[in-house]
Design a protein around this ligand. Sequence first.
Ligand code: AQP
Length: 339
Amino acid sequence: MVQLSGITPSGHVQLGNHLGALRRWAADGGPDDLYFVSDLHAMTTAHNPAKLRSLATEQLAVLVATGIAPERVFVQSDLARELGALTWVLECTCSYGEAARMIQFKEKSAARSASVEGGGGGMDGKSKGQAGVRLSLLTYPVLMAADILLQGADEVPVGEDQRQHVELARTLARRFNSTYGEVFTVPEATLPPAGARVKDLAEPARKMSKSANDSAGVVFVLDEPDQIRRKVRRARTDGGSVPAYDPENRPGIANLLDILAACAGGDPAELADEYPSYGVLKDAVADAVIEELRPVREGTRALLDDVAELERVRKAGAERAIDRGAHRVSAALRMVGAA
Ligand code: AQP
């Protein structure tokens, strides 16, 4: 049973990625599971090449420092040739309507159009806005299908927002297999084990995100202890003065209690009773987060300093991932009559 999960280098890895995904991948991952840095997925909107490269390297180091076996990790762009060929074959198996129906495409392209129209001033704002949307925003679910089908993944644990993309991968795998011949494992979207969504410390109504415009409420796994403490001390606490666990009405404090429970153990509602004031609670949260992230930060820094070792891990991961998938690309090309 092969499970495949990825992380996109759209920013520095943050506490939510760690608690909601990476830490679990390290602890629960099966011997055949695969984890990858999806750097090609970070190119569907304007990006900075040098930054993308350094974020991808950093994320690879974070995955290994978190405890994921080095032989289970790889960087997506190291498979660019195989993925490029397979994406094309799958695009030729997919209709325009299927891609355009993806909710994420509709939402993101609408948001992008609106921002261009808003600042565009003047001529033909709408078409100008749509023209500024990268074609890859439309086609990236097909690349995601290639990620999954190349590796022969059986299961892809995803949140609701990515479910439709895994459904598309299933549809394309089935269609290819029945039209040209059996090549692909039909993957299944599974729900990752429920875990609290870590919220932004400054804006607890939204989730913590690596690409947030304002990082005041985002704890990055590579933040130094004093930065973490400062961010936690400034966390929004929704009025009142005594901690109570009420996610609906007091999301800021509930978020801090969830984070404390995730890092130090315990039940968030019971933990609320142990802290007489917000100040004492925030100190405890900062201490717990600093200790939780310390080994990851130190391990990542050590790996980033050891360029040769990180390069070795990266190369070995790429070779293994290519070995696992290249025969599927060859078979698919042969079956469609292209090789
Ligand atoms: N706040 C969060 N709480 C719990 N889990 C989270 N994840 C992300 N944010 C939180 C989980 O991290 C994994 C990798 O995320 P991703 O790179 O696939 O993209 P994402 O979910 O969109 O994460 P970000 O940090 O919010 O990135 P941007 O800013 O680019 O959108 C996933 O398993 C995700 O559930």
